[in-house]
Design a protein around this ligand. Structure first.
Ligand code: DGY
Length: 314
C-alpha cells in the first residue's frame, strides 16, 4: 500500500456503476456490503446506502474520515450532529432523482385510483367478463391533490397533475410563488385542512424529528372519506398501524406505498389489503437516475477527501 494512498469505503451494491466514474490513481476503494459492519481503519471517505446508519459508533471506527457522501437524497440515516462534531462533511443526491421519483409517485396514484394491480390479478385468472361496474375507480379530473411538502419532488408531482385536470394544493413551511404561478397551486397552511380537502394526499417530506409519525390515527382520521394516501418519501412519516386501522375501517379508498416504517419489513395487514399497492422502495430506480446518483455521490466523495467544496452538501 503506497504512502499517499487514500482509502475509501463504498457500498458494494453500487459497484456496477463504477465504470461511469474515474477513479484517481491514488484512491483505493474497499467495498462495503450492506449487511456488513463498518470496519475500523484509516478511511477518509464513506459512500453509504440509505439503509446504513452513520452515527457516533461508526464514526469512532473511522478517525481519519473527511466525508460521508450519502447515496440518496434523504439523509435521515445520517447522525448529522455527530458527523459535524468530528469536522466531517456530508452530502446527498438531490435533483438527479426528482423526475424519476415523481414519475413513480404518479404510477402509484394511477395504480391505486384505477385499481391496476387488482385488475391485473383478475385478468390473469381468466375468470372475468366485461361488466359496467367492474373495478370502478376514481376519476382524477376535477379532483384535488394535496402535496405534503413542496420541495423539488413535491413540485414535480404537482406539475404532472395539471394534464390530469387536478386542482393542486400544498402544505409546506414556505410559500412557493413560482410553483403557484406555474401550476396554479394553492398553499394550505393547516395540515388538518389539506388532509380534509384532498382526494389524493401525497407525501414529499424529509423524515426528521418534526415529521416522524406526522400522520397518526388522528390525522388519518381527518382525511376525506374515500381519499387515497400515497407515500414515496419515508415510511416513518406515517404511523403504519394507524394506516392499517383506517384502511380496514374502509375510510380510505386505498393507499400506494413505496416506503415503510421498518424496511424491508412490510406489515401483514398492508399485505392483506387489496386496495393497497406496495412497492419495494423503487422511487428513483431507473437506470439513468441510479447512474447519476452514483456519479454525484462519487463526485462529492472525491471532493470531500481532498477538502474541496462538495457539489451538494447537506
Ligand atoms: C432517496 O434517495 O432518498 C430515495 O429514497 C432513494 O433513492
Amino acid at each position: 500500500m503506497g504512502d499517499r494512498e487514500i482509502r475509501v469505503l463504498v457500498a458494494e451494491e453500487v459497484r456496477d456503476f463504477l465504470p461511469h466514474v474515474q477513479v484517481p490513481r491514488d484512491v483505493r476503494i474497499e467495498w462495503l456490503p450492506a449487511g456488513a459492519p463498518v470496519p475500523a481503519g484509516d478511511y477518509q471517505g464513506l459512500l453509504p446506502l440509505l439503509s446504513r446508519r452513520v452515527d457516533a459508533d461508526v464514526l469512532d471506527r473511522l478517525p481519519q474520515l473527511k466525508v460521508v457522501a450519502n447515496h440518496a437524497v434523504g439523509f435521515d440515516n445520517l447522525d448529522l450532529p455527530a458527523i459535524r462534531a468530528r469536522g466531517v462533511v456530508a452530502s446527498n443526491t438531490p435533483d438527479v432523482l426528482t423526475e424519476a421519483t415523481a414519475d413513480l409517485t404518479w404510477a402509484l396514484i394511477l395504480a391505486v385510483t384505477r385499481r391496476i394491480p387488482e385488475a391485473e390479478r383478475l385478468a390473469r385468472t381468466g375468470q372475468w367478463v366485461w361488466h359496467p361496474t367492474l373495478l370502478l375507480g376514481l376519476q382524477l379530473g376535477g379532483r384535488r391533490l394535496g402535496l405534503l411538502g413542496a420541495g423539488r419532488i413535491g413540485q414535480a408531482v404537482g406539475r404532472r397533475a395539471v394534464p390530469f385536470g387536478m386542482e393542486v394544493t400544498y402544505w409546506d413551511r414556505e410559500r412557493q410563488p413560482q410553483f403557484e404561478e406555474e401550476v396554479g397551486a394553492r398553499r394550505i397552511a393547516s395540515l388538518d385542512e389539506i388532509l380534509a380537502g384532498s382526494d389524493v394526499v401525497s407525501i414529499h417530506l424529509q423524515l426528521s424529528e418534526e415529521t416522524v409519525g406526522l400522520l397518526g390515527r388522528r390525522e388519518l382520521g381527518r382525511m376525506k372519506d374515500g381519499a387515497v394516501l400515497i407515500n414515496t418519501a419515508r415510511g416513518g412519516i406515517v404511523d403504519e398501524a394507524a394506516l392499517c386501522a383506517v384502511l380496514e375501517a374502509g375510510k380510505l379508498r386505498g393507499a400506494g406505498l413505496d416506503v415503510y416504517e421498518n424496511e424491508p419489513e412490510i406489515r401483514d395487514c398492508l399485505k392483506r389489503l387489496d386496495n393497497v399497492v406496495l412497492l419495494p422502495h423503487i422511487g428513483s430506480a431507473t437506470e439513468d437516475t441510479r447512474r447519476r446518483m452514483f456519479q454525484l455521490a462519487w463526485a462529492n466523495l472525491m471532493r470531500g477527501i481532498r477538502g474541496e467544496p462538495l457539489l451538494t452538501p447537506i
